[in-house]
Design a protein around this ligand. Structure first.
Ligand code: BGC
Length: 376
């Protein structure tokens, strides 16, 4: 069943995912729901959000995953600026979290171990010796509930998921929600809310791979990146932070001014070579602050990222190696896209000097990230 709804109507209707809606005026902001195949025995739905200027965001219930984002270039031409697959099958196979909501704890936990309230926990080690992005079946690999949401800002869909006590080894029943809003100001806004009945670490983020030139149009080495961060968290060979907060000044990590991503990438080291580091955002944690600005000189597209999170993982697509064929038959090679994962610092649960991401029973975790698109 397809449903097309204007956001104006949504202001008056308390919507639910399975309901049928009256058709709204063509051309205005809308949300459309389509079937997107199956994950095991669960149906997967795709929600298509269109704002008043024609920008489109597609998000599916499997992994609350952003599958497509059409943004205008300097001539107003729309192009899909995120990597992914044409159908559900690609997402069900081995793939590097394209567009997914990751958690319960995004990024790494050293050796999958932590101690909380005097109890030791051992999680899956699914990234060499470490735990990555919530484990073997994290938030990216489950089917979320979804319903069209009411928002004055633009078309919106609310995804929710109950992560049960003991899931992937984490303590506590967590109710997780992600509200995707495509605002009429050209922003993709993500609002996360989590509650728990036992203390537990929570670090939810989105894992979109951006290529502002278009997902099938070459690498991102010429894109100019600004990171509003004076410091980063150096890592060991397995990408676990040493605990130090090091200045970026005078190093290839310095993106305090717009700098082509390829300018110093060979000096960064790593296996494979490239950026895969958490930056310490200059702003005040908990307040929306500028995180990053990304500009593609060829298309003129610009993306400004702001967040309430204290850190951002800048990952330059180092592990993409041409073995994945994505949307429209594009082969995704190294540096084909970058991720800017707003989050708490990696392995925070084992570093007392990092901002804590432990959510206390009865408290509410709130986090917002905004990706604003423009062109010049
Ligand atoms: C990590 C990378 C990893 C990628 C895909 C990023 O968040 O930092 O090391 O390869 O996710 O799993």
């Amino acid at each position: 069943m397809n449903a097309r709804i204007t956001t104006r109507l949504l202001t008056f209707i308390l919507a639910c995912g399975a309901c049928a809606f009256a058709a709204g005026a063509a051309g205005g902001p809308s949300v459309e729901k389509q079937p997107f195949g199956k994950a095991g025995d669960r149906d997967v739905d795709l929600y298509i959000l269109t704002n008043s200027s024609g920008m489109v965001a597609k998000v599916m219930t499997y992994g609350a995953t952003l599958t497509e984002l059409d943004a205008p270039d300097r001539n107003g031409k729309l192009d899909d600026v995120v990597l992914g697959f044409d159908g559900i099958d690609g997402y069900l196979g081995k793939e590097p979290y394209f567009g997914a909501t990751v958690g319960r704890v995004g990024n790494r936990i050293a050796k999958g171990r932590f101690t909380l309230d005097g109890k030791a926990y051992q999680l899956a080690t699914n990234d060499g010796p470490n735990h990555l992005h919530g484990g073997t079946k994290g938030f990216d690999k489950v089917v979320w509930d979804a319903r069209v949401a009411t928002s004055h800002a633009g078309p919106a869909v609310l995804f929710s998921y109950l992560s049960k006590d003991g899931e992937e080894g984490y303590p506590g029943n967590c109710r997780v929600s992600v509200l995707y809003t495509l605002t009429d100001a050209g922003e993709l806004r993500l609002d996360y809310t989590v509650t728990t009945d036992r203390d537990t670490p929570v670090n939810v983020t989105n894992h979109s791979y951006f290529n502002l030139g278009g997902a099938e149009n070459g690498d991102i080495l010429g894109d100019e990146l600004t990171l509003f961060a004076d410091r980063f968290t150096p890592v060991d060979a397995t990408l676990i932070p040493t605990g130090e907060l090091a200045p970026v000044a005078g190093t290839p990590m310095d993106f305090r001014r717009p700098t082509p991503i390829g300018a110093h990438i060979r000096e960064v080291g790593g296996h494979p070579v490239g950026y895969d580091h958490n930056y310490v955002v200059n702003g005040q944690a908990g307040k929306l602050s500028p995180v990053a600005a990304l500009y593609d000189p060829k298309s003129g597209r610009e993306m400004d990222v702001s967040s309430t999170e204290p850190g951002v993982q800048f990952y330059s697509g180092n592990f993409l190696d041409g073995t994945i064929t994505g949307k429209k038959g594009a082969v995704y090679r190294q540096y084909w896209a970058l991720a800017l994962e707003t989050q708490h610092f990696p392995d925070s649960v084992n570093h007392a000097n990092f901002p804590s991401y432990v959510l206390k029973a009865g408290d509410t975790y709130r986090s917002t990230t905004i990706y604003r698109f423009s062109a010049r």
